[in-house]
Structures are given as C-alpha cells and as structure tokens.
Design a protein around this ligand. Sequence first.
Ligand code: AMP
Ligand code: MG
Length: 324
Amino acid sequence: MSTEVLRVDPHAPDPVLIERAAAVLRTGRLVAFPTETVYGLGANALDAAAVRGIFAAKGRPPSNPVIVHVHEPSQVRNVAADWPEAAAKLAAAFWPGPLTLVVPKLPTVPDEVTAGGPTVAVRCPRHPVARALIAAAGVPVAAPSANRSTELSPTLAEHVLKGLNGRIDLVLDGGPCTGGIESTVVDVTGPVARLLRPGLVTVAMLEAVVGPLAVGANPDSVARSPGLMARHYSPRTPVVLAEDADAEHRRLRDAGFRVISVGVDLFSDHRSISGDPVEYAAELYAVLHELDDGGFDRIVVALPPDAPEWAAVRDRLTRAAAPG
Ligand code: AMP
Ligand code: MG
C-alpha cells in the first residue's frame, strides 16, 4: 500500500480535500489526521473490520481500547448509552478540546473499539481539520495516536510517516499539533469522576467543574486504560530521567555513551526546551523524535518540578523512560 499525503490548511481546510479523506474513512480504510493533541489514526468507529485495521497498522494489542471522536458534542448519542451529569458538565466546560470521557457504550459500538468492555471513551476535538473530517465522514471516528504501538506519538505528519508509511491509506498534513501530548482521560461511569490519564486539562481545571476527583484505575472498574501501561510513548533511544541532568550526563559520557540532554538551563550538550509546562508539552515529542534520529546512545531528560501543572509531562516522561 502506498500512503498518500494531502497538505491542508490547519485553520480552514479545503472541503474538497476533506471530502476525499472522508470517503477513504467511509470505505473502511485508515486516515491519519491532526488534532490539537497529537496526530490520530482514524477509522469508522462503527465498522469493526475498519477498526481492526487500526490495530494491524499500529501493532497495537487488541486489549487496548481506542478513543472515539465526534465532531460535535450532540453526536455522543451515537456511541454513549448514558451521559452522566459529570459528563455533561465536563463536556460543557472543555469540549471541543483535549478531554476524553469514558461512559457506558451503546451495543452498536464494536468490541474492537472498547477491548470488549462495556464503556467507550469519547472526545470532541477542537482542531478544525479533525472536526471537518469527522463531520464529512458522517460517522464517529475511532482514533488512537498515529504511531506504532509503544512508540512516540506524532506531532507532525513526518512523524506519522516514520512509523506508518505504507501501512495506512492517507495522511492529512495540517502542520504541527499545538497541544503536543495526548488528551486527559476521565472515567465518569462511577459516583466520583476518576482521572485515568493526566493531560492538558489539569486536575485543578476538572475539579473546578465536578469537585474532587479520584485518581488512577479503579481495580473494581471495567474501565481499563492502555495509557496506564508502564511503557508507552517511547523513543528507540533509551531515555534517562534525572533530577541533576548535568551530573547524569557526565556520568554516562564518562562511561562511554554518546549522550544528549533535554532541559531548560543545562551546561552539558543539550537540546533546550521551554520552561513553561504548556509549551514544554507542545515541544516534547518533536524534540524526542529529533534526538531519536540523532545517533545517540542515551537521552537524558532533566525531570521537571513535581508540581500539578507538570503532572501530564512527568507522566509521559516516566513512561518514555520505563524499561522495555
Ligand atoms: P492511545 O494509546 O494514544 O491510542 O490512547 C488511547 C487512550 O484511550 C488510552 O490511553 C486510554 O486511556 C483511553 N481509553 C480508550 N477507551 C477506553 C475505555 N473504554 N476505558 C478507559 N480508557 C479508555
Ligand atoms: Mg498512543
């Protein structure tokens, strides 16, 4: 299969190009497209065979459920069996945007989407290309990140092609994703909303709307979350997190490794990155993709502060550094 790339204006995509991509989705094939978080790999969420294609292209284990994307909040009725009050409040506050809500699913949602479970994760993205594509397709769109399983998420069309060229039909190239890390995931099936994956919508922002959250997977709950796997979002080059990146850099260099560091104010050879958590998130995967191609043996990352505004970034860094 050869993968076609169509460049689109991220703010005002050409309806003719969007319709071409929507037709690919409607015929059960795969389209990668930009969202405000990372690039997604989309398929018709109501077509089980099409969704199996996502798993085949990514090499994703079938036990990992995928997020379903809708072009406007009212469309959740096509996938959700129930819309709890917490879902309504959170959607009113943060949709369209980088927040995913886990709710009871309708029987028409295939088991492939939900890993056989009774819940479905749903999100209404803000990116104009994503919304135009989903609206034109006329179906909800299942879309995990457009990368091979466990590898780094893509924030550029080039990153998508690095992992999936020849494995998918089409990439809509809308330039860089502005958010840069995957959506916040909240399970609203229980009496208390539960954070399954931190993201750009922070705990403080969520708690301002629904009150105190529970955090982490509920062992009694059917809602599983592949984002909770220890290793995920990893470059091929081993990542080492360090409180003192300069010291770790010297130690590894003296042991004979080719080392590059990532951080804000470092003395060693490094790729600098923003000291602001939102900007850092937007840059992180592009920096890791770039350094992964740089011929290094180790990437040392200076650990950002243990503070709520850094929770999502620290989560992704911890998973990137987890042993394979
Ligand atoms: P990705 O790995 O980028 O494809 O992201 C998919 C994410 O969706 C996972 O990390 C989960 O957090 C979340 N997810 C999808 N479906 C469900 C579900 N039914 N229950 C809980 N989390 C889900
Ligand atoms: Mg992913």
